[in-house]
Design a protein around this ligand. Structure first.
Ligand SMILES: [Zn+2]
Length: 209
């Protein structure tokens, strides 16, 4: 099963991907991880990528596609995979079609209100970086990290205005892709407003349809 996972920040993409990956035994593939791995290993493609990035130049789509193609050839991808964070543009989506055939695109859809509640309630430990939530993952002592006793704070990223901006950017970037995959009849929209345990059965249903 070859999947693309789309979802706004706070929609629960990471958590859903983890569950899908476990249930269907397919890896979750993030473009960011592929790039980091290639640079770390000093592969030919990795070095090329680094050259662009170091100069602050935009990395060409062809190079990104080459990196992905290389990754999808690995053994763990034989039964399929979940693509996360790729494609971001129509050009990339079209290029992707030349190297593989995607079965389904899942769009984790949720309201701005949900996202603000989820991200806005996050508290991060100053010392160890562990993340808590004022509703969903309450620390034992208010404002104090369970793991290390560090002070919890609200990151700038988690303020309402910043969240709204991130959502706008997401919708602008993603709506052409949604249309692209809708036209191919492979887009499935999942209501991601409920908590993970409640929303995941809908993901399973969409995948088994
Ligand atoms: Zn801590």
């Amino acid at each position: 099963m070859k999947l693309i996972l789309l979802g706004a920040p706070g929609a629960g993409k990471g958590s859903h991907a983890k569950l899908i990956s476990k249930k269907y035994n397919i890896p979750q593939i993030s473009m960011g991880d592929i790039i980091r791995e290639n640079i770390k290993q000093g592969s030919e493609l990795g070095l090329k990528f680094k050259e662009y990035a170091d100069k602050g130049n935009l990395v060409p789509d062809e190079l990104v596609i080459e990196l992905l193609k290389d990754r999808l050839k690995k053994e763990d991808c034989e039964e399929g995979y979940i693509l996360d964070g790729f494609p971001r543009t129509i050009t990339q989506a079209e290029a992707l079609e030349n190297i593989t055939e995607i079965d389904k695109v899942l769009l984790l859809d949720c309201t701005e209100e949900t996202v603000i509640q989820r991200l806005g309630g996050r508290r991060t430990c100053k010392k160890c970086g562990k993340i808590f939530h004022i509703i969903n993952m309450v620390p034992k002592v208010d404002g104090v990290c369970d793991a290390c006793g560090g002070e919890l704070f609200k990151r700038d990223d988690d303020n309402t205005e910043t969240i709204k901006n991130r959502l706008n950017v997401f919708h602008e970037q993603t709506s052409p892709l949604i249309e692209f995959y809708e036209n191919k009849n492979i887009l499935k929209t999942i209501d991601a407003n409920p908590q993970l345990e409640e929303a995941f059965p809908n993901v399973e249903k969409a995948l088994e349809e």
